[in-house]
Write a protein that binds this ligand. Structure first.
Ligand code: UDP
Length: 245
């Protein structure tokens, strides 16, 4: 099924297929944090994140969000549309956590008045710095029209994901998305949506460390990492997507 390796990232490998418009994305067990300074593996993460992302992509498609997802073809592989990925990481935050607390002195867990969209320059050598819309224009990373679309798309994804994760008794604290441009110039949600890319807090647990159900368990050496991913997988797959279409 898979052709030649096109690109190997930290969590996935992209292969060509017989169709130039379609790529195969293979999810890995490898986990990295802090710009790959911390490395490890999480048992079965590839299969869990592939299953989670496939389910969520199909849910978002049913809500009218265009994604690169075509179909899951094995436990850790999916076919996706070949797109040009913008060099911008789009982060949406509902609750303050992680880098924004350090940057702006906010308290971890503080609810934001409104969802906040931030842009980061996807550049490992520079450590993915925060950038403004003017930086995006200066660096030619996207057009002003695309930036406006990115914001709207990111907030729409946030709205639908919040509804989705609420059904899993998980609070969507924040998440990162990557956006691709297809041959027709349309923006598509690409990369993945998983506990690697979202902060998810268990609504049934009060303890601030115990409730963490995402890659922060790996980043902060909190233990029970694979167990948290397994629990998220179970809850995500239990959501009936057809009830939302
Ligand atoms: N994130 C990601 N990849 C990155 C950086 C961040 O998926 O390279 C996700 C992260 O998991 C979190 C959100 O984006 O859900 C916001 O991350 P933040 O800016 O707080 O950075 P961090 O504290 O994770 O370094």
């Amino acid at each position: 099924m898979s052709g030649t390796k096109l690109y190997e990232g930290k969590a996935k490998i992209l292969f060509t297929t017989d169709d130039p418009h379609i790529l195969l994305s293979r999810y890995k067990d490898d986990a990295t944090a802090f710009n790959a300074l911390k490395k490890g593996t999480i048992a079965n993460k590839g299969e869990m994140n592939c299953a989670i992302a496939s389910h969520i992509f199909q849910y978002l498609e049913a809500q009218g969000i265009a994604t690169h997802f075509i179909k899951q073809v094995s436990p850790n592989e999916m076919l996706v549309a070949a797109v040009k990925i913008l060099a911008i990481e789009v982060v949406v935050r509902n609750i303050a956590a992680g880098s924004i607390c350090k940057r702006l002195g906010l308290e971890q867990g503080q609810a934001l008045k409104e969802p906040l969209v931030e842009f980061f320059y996807k550049n490992d050598d520079l450590g993915d710095p925060l950038i403004t819309e003017d930086h995006i224009a200066m660096l030619d990373l996207a057009t002003p029209d695309q930036v406006a679309q990115l914001k709207k798309l990111a907030l729409g994804i946030n709205h639908h994901l919040q509804i989705f994760f609420d059904q899993c008794h998980l609070t969507l604290v924040d998440f990162k998305v990557e956006i691709g441009v297809d041959v027709n110039g349309n923006l598509l949600l690409a990369d993945e949506i998983s506990p690697d890319t979202c902060r998810l807090w268990d609504q049934d647990i009060a303890d601030p460390s115990d409730r963490i159900m995402d890659k922060d368990r790996f980043r902060q050496d909190l233990g029970k990492i694979a167990e948290a991913y397994q629990e998220v997988t179970k809850r995500v797959l239990a959501v009936d997507i057809s009830a939302h279409s």
